[in-house]
Design a protein around this ligand. Sequence first.
Ligand code: MEV
Length: 424
Amino acid sequence: MTSRLSGFYKMTPKQRLDKVAEHLDGGLTEDEKKVLSGKRGFTTEDADHMVENVIGYLPIPLGVAVNFKVNGEDVIVPMATEEPSVIAAASHAAKFSYDAGGFTTSYSGSIMRGQVQVTKLKNPYTKMAKIYENKEKIIRLCNEQDRTLVSFGGGAKDLDVRIIPANGEEVLVIHLLIDTKDAMGANAVNTMAEAVTPLVEKITGGEVVLRILSNLADKRVVRARATFQNPFDGDEAKMDKFLSAHQLAVADPYRAATHNKGIMNGISAVVLATGNDTRAIEAGAHAYAAVSGRYQSLTQFERNGDSITGMIEIPLAVGLVGGATQSHQVAKLAAKILQATTAERLAGIIASVGLAQNFAALKALAGDGIQKGHMKLHVRNMAMTAGANDNQLDEVVRIASEQGKFGFDEINGIIQSLNQNEEE
Ligand code: MEV
């Protein structure tokens, strides 16, 4: 399979879907195509099974990013997003990495932390020691809660204990370290954390308050690296601006927030497409960005001869089993398109998209700025909203860009004059 699908963006949605199916090992059945294209997709009944008080559902565009090679394998990446430019930017950036081998990733493993908060303790450090003394017992009790996970090699592996001054007392917080394997793991972790409550209260004589996973998934970290060919045609000033724009995100939290938001544009779009929990990923990413005590960039870039090497390091608690990843038909097919058979592979692809997204943003910011490309796509959206037909779209974008007319009324005016010309 190749992810280099040239001219892909010029095709119709149906042609694109056929192309994706053609390039996928095993292809896509007609039924699967109907699900992906929305012809036999999500229903209000499906929605009603997922959440409460349902009155309908909100459709979000599903596109695919092309040109990605991750760990030596070409991959077509489904992305669900309402924001124009995101999918185009990811595909554009990936192209600059493709010839140098694409993205290489590594994974710290799939350990999640489950927190158990213990209050009203006399001698908290003595109780801390007692928890460690009873570690095997606590871990055994955790693992009795999820035999399936344990049979796949997962389950509680270890624990550590912290004393946190809070609310005028020394609170003891146990971290259950649980390998959730190919699941995101929230259910497994929370079940285990709740199950150990009576035992923990017995050991400590304290009162257990909350029992819940931590979204700061710092033991489920993915790193991705790629070498991008120089995108500036030897323009050294732009290369300097690229590196300088990145450095500002390292030094300044105000810039880092926007820089990381751009990274999350790509990451959340794949997370959403695969039915994973976007809020868990966002919370984890931003907490990790601030873990040194100062909020900073999730990426690094270094000049490497005439190329730029980029790195991203981010916690990604994503899975392929459980929740909407399997119950949502589109999410299931998104994982099929990704050919992601493990959470590790999925996380590696997602981190790569985040890095590509960031490269694309910095390239645009170091050059003409983001508005030129962005407005083109924005105009396209507005033209569609204003009723332009498929044959008129390119022409409307051309005229609007040429004349710098980006307001809704102005776009409407352009469409009306095209309609008039067509009638004459
Ligand atoms: C817009 O959604 C994202 C950017 O602002 C990211 C950035 O500034 O790096 C373009």
